[in-house]
Write a protein that binds this ligand. Structure first.
Ligand code: FES
Length: 81
């Protein structure tokens, strides 16, 4: 059985697919999206993104399983972006 993928729409309007459990930073890199990072341990907040209205720290988070509905990523208003 084929593994399902999740459609992702990025802030610049580009879209790609990711597998549930894929690290956010890898999914972003495949779609040429730059998410700023600093600590990469989840403590500084430089990598925060908003996923379907929920703020997550991309360096320690993975793409959730949401069926085929898809995920919309927004930039968190922050001077790092
Ligand atoms: S890079 Fe610091 S919290 Fe993600």
């Amino acid at each position: 059985m084929a593994e399902s993928t999740i459609p992702i729409q990025w802030p610049d309007g580009r879209c790609n697919q990711a597998k549930p459990g894929e690290p956010w930073l890898e999914a972003a890199m495949r779609c040429r999206q730059k998410i700023p990072t600093a600590c990469r341990t989840g403590s500084c907040g430089a990598c925060e993104i908003e996923v379907n209205g929920v703020v997550v720290r991309a360096c320690i988070s993975t793409v959730p399983a949401v069926g085929s509905r898809g995920l919309q990523v927004r930039r968190v208003e922050d001077p790092h972006w």
